[in-house]
Design a protein around this ligand. Structure first.
Ligand SMILES: Cc1cc2nc3c(=O)[nH]c(=O)nc-3n(C[C@H](O)[C@H](O)[C@H](O)COP(=O)(O)OP(=O)(O)OC[C@H]3O[C@@H](n4cnc5c(N)ncnc54)[C@H](O)[C@@H]3O)c2cc1C
Length: 359
């Protein structure tokens, strides 16, 4: 059984918790404990993520985080000492942001010449069907990673620095005494710490409401994902660039196998309980199939699995969440957010680590 006393306990081994674990272990070694209810990288939003690493973002603050984070994903071994495969792939998406604003952002945050460009829809016409007259971001610095492998690599790198990982251990509550958190109560006993970082995602397996009553419902939104199956294989020549995102309709699509693709869309706010999502309507189904056909006209036969396969936390401001709890002054809440939380994790975790070292 691991030691019972730590400087910092991190609750939750999704992409946020595992990257913070790595950051803190570098300076605190075996004084950091990561507690994960299941297995690192397999549960929560991280377990269902598209893990699309987009270099460009039309929100300046997010763009800055993305530019720095993508360098970590691309050179993971240099940053962590552990190997990880960044799969480089172009990405194109339609955006509602005006062209001059985009040009200014590209100018300001350009990290490699020509990595990002703005095109009109005609540029892609022969191989890629965007609607006429739309503004397309062509993001050549983009790609995706295996989310589970990335989280486990972060966790391994943390353990190499001495950090302690406890999987299959569920935090039941905080050990809270008069506005100060003494540690955590788990199904395997109590663990004590000077600080607790809660990175349990949107669900937080039951304790989010207790820890952060002020945040728990205000910041939630849902991104759902559908599984599409085609009879004809989706091969590389069908999809150039392969990851399609439409910021206006909020649809995105990512091939995940020979004849499977994931498609995401933001739907109902305030509705986090998957059991309570209204049934998949024929209208929804038609919209999804139409979008898919528009992007991949070569594929004729598509079936949409009506099962929702993912959801996560989202803030209206589209900023990452790093908040001190109002009920325990030494307890920090950190979370990824819809569509972005994975790609920004390297920067969010560095910022969160700095905040936690200062409390
Ligand atoms: C369908 C979908 C597609 C997405 N696509 C992208 C994308 O392409 N690019 C991108 O950048 N982002 C994307 N995102 C967003 C991104 O995946 C999330 O923002 C990010 O994974 C959130 O990570 P997290 O660590 O904050 O939370 P989570 O991944 O939810 O991790 C929380 C972890 O905490 C554990 N836990 C919870 N409660 C407890 C407890 N009481 N005790 C112990 N452990 C606990 C859970 O088991 C889990 O492992 C997507 C999200 C979804 C759902």
């Amino acid at each position: 059984m691991p030691d019972k006393n730590y400087n910092t306990i991190i609750v939750g081994g999704g992409i946020i918790g595992s990257s913070i674990f790595f950051e803190l272990s570098k300076s605190l070694g075996n004084k950091v404990l990561l507690v994960e209810a299941k297995k690192v990288g397999t549960a929560g939003a991280t377990g269902k993520t598209g893990a699309i690493i987009r270099a460009f973002d039309p929100v300046p603050e997010v763009m800055e985080l993305a530019v720095n984070s993508i360098d970590v994903f691309k050179n993971f071994k240099k940053h962590t000492g552990v190997d990880n495969s960044f799969f480089h792939h172009d990405l194109a998406y339609r955006t509602a942001v005006e062209s001059n604003k985009i040009e200014r952002l590209i100018e300001k945050y350009r990290f490699e010449t020509d990595d990002i460009s703005v095109r009109d829809a005609d540029y892609f016409k022969t191989r890629f069907n965007f609607p006429e007259n739309s503004l397309i971001i062509h993001d050549k610095g983009a790609g995706y990673v295996d989310p589970q492998k990335t989280c486990r690599s972060y966790a391994l790198a943390g353990c190499i620095h001495g950090g302690v990982l406890l999987e299959g251990t569920r935090v039941i509550s905080l050990l809270n005494t008069d506005g100060y958190c003494q540690g955590v109560k788990t199904n395997k006993g109590d663990f004590f710490a000077d600080k607790v970082i809660f990175a349990g995602g949107a669900e937080g397996i039951g304790i989010l409401d207790e820890l952060f009553p002020e945040l728990s419902n205000m910041l939630r939104n849902k991104r759902i994902q559908y599984l599409l199956t085609t009879i004809e294989p989706i091969n590389k020549s069908h999809v150039t660039p392969p990851i399609v995102l439409d910021d206006i309709s909020e649809f995105y699509m990512k091939p995940i196998g020979k004849n499977k693709a994931l498609m995401g869309k933001v739907i109902d706010e305030w509705d986090l309980d998957l059991e309570n999502i209204s049934p998949f309507s024929n209208h929804d189904k038609k919209q999804i199939v139409d979008f898919f056909k528009q992007q991949l006209p070569q594929i004729k036969s598509i079936d949409v699995d009506t099962k929702v396969v993912g959801y996560d936390l989202y803030t209206p401001s589209k900023q990452g969440v790093i908040e001190l709890s109002s009920i325990a002054s030494n307890c920090l809440f950190v979370s990824g957010f819809s569509g972005q939380g994975f790609k920004l994790a390297p920067e969010i975790s560095k910022a969160a680590s700095k905040v936690s070292m200062a409390i």
